[in-house]
Design a protein around this ligand. Structure first.
Ligand SMILES: NC(=O)c1ccc[n+]([C@@H]2O[C@H](COP(=O)([O-])OP(=O)(O)OC[C@H]3O[C@@H](n4cnc5c(N)ncnc54)[C@H](OP(=O)(O)O)[C@@H]3O)[C@@H](O)[C@H]2O)c1
Length: 272
């Protein structure tokens, strides 16, 4: 089984470059089975959120896997209506309890909503107390990051944003790299909406890889952490078989040129 490589965050914590996302995986048996099968397939990084309402089953699958806690990387997020200093600290305790963990590896502000600076102070406190190994944000565009950095005492380790070939946020990637903020791609497969794209198919044919594998490899070569979701074990395995080939610079550029600023999720620019 090929091991998934890790990237070092700016505080030295290592994050596996490929993880399993569990958004819209139903709470109950579906989440338990999805996480269990991914862990069996060799995934060690799980991305959940209080909003997904499946932290409990993520925690159960982790516990029953028997995998050592230090070998796992678990991310969760504070939802919009839980933001603010005190409310975030309370939300964190709820998440931890549901996950049956005594720390999380990465805690993120899910979306930039008014007052996110106060939320960030709560994340800094949790980090300083050792309750979380890393803290970060999600759906922060450059201007949100600039506002956050005005008063932050800790630079976010991660920014998780929608990112895929038709939404190639090269300027944001460049800005985050410059600040040592690790970019993470959500909906890396654009929820499967253009996996039949001819550029992806023709590049895939060259390497004997599927369009999904081509996209995920493109993330890896951009130095991004990627978290595709699949409830199917065969696809979880397929999505993980991306560390045995390398796209040429020319193919990377062909994929870069697919950009259309096309989103499958909400636009953070319209939220706040
Ligand atoms: N921070 C945020 O605001 C935010 C927002 C959205 C998502 N996320 C995170 O990012 C994760 C991934 O994003 P996402 O779930 O929206 O979408 P995604 O990973 O881009 O796509 C998932 C869809 O693609 C299908 N799929 C997966 N692998 C495939 C393959 N190899 N071939 C064909 N189809 C495949 C899945 O179907 P099956 O499951 O049926 O296989 C599912 O319908 C989420 O689960 C969540 O953890 C974060």
């Amino acid at each position: 089984m090929t091991e998934i490589p890790s990237i070092e965050l700016h505080n030295g914590v290592k994050i596996p470059q490929l993880g399993l996302g569990v958004y819209k995986v139903e709470k109950g048996a579906e989440t338990y089975q999805t996480v269990s099968s991914a862990l069996e397939a060799g995934y060690r990084h799980i991305d959940t959120a209080s909003f997904y309402d499946n932290e409990k089953e993520v925690g159960e699958a982790i516990k029953d896997s028997g995998i050592r806690r230090e070998d796992l990387f678990v991310t969760t997020k504070v939802w919009n209506d839980e933001q603010g200093y005190k409310a975030t600290l309370e939300a964190f305790e709820r998440s931890l309890h549901k996950l049956q963990l005594n720390y999380v590896d990465l805690y993120l502000i899910h979306w930039p909503v008014p007052g996110f600076q106060e939320t960030w102070k709560a994340l800094e406190k949790l980090y300083k107390e050792g309750r979380v190994r890393a803290i970060g944000v999600s759906n922060f565009m450059q201007r949100h990051l600039e506002t956050l950095l005005e008063n932050a005492s800790i630079i976010p380790m991660v920014n998780q944003v929608e990112f895929h070939p038709e939404l190639y946020l090269s300027e944001l990637l460049h800005y985050c790299n410059d600040k040592q903020i690790q970019l993470q791609a959500w909906s890396p497969l654009a929820r499967g909406s253009y996996l039949d794209h001819e550029t992806l198919a023709s590049i895939g044919n060259k390497y004997g890889k599927t369009p999904a594998q081509v996209i995920l490899r493109w993330d890896i070569q951009h130095g991004i952490v990627t978290i595709p979701k699949s409830t199917h074990k065969d696809r979880q395995i397929e999505n993980k078989r991306i560390f045995d080939f390398e796209l040429t610079q020319e193919d990377m550029e062909r994929i870069n040129r697919m950009n259309k600023n096309n989103r499958v999720g909400s636009d953070p620019n319209k939220l706040y």
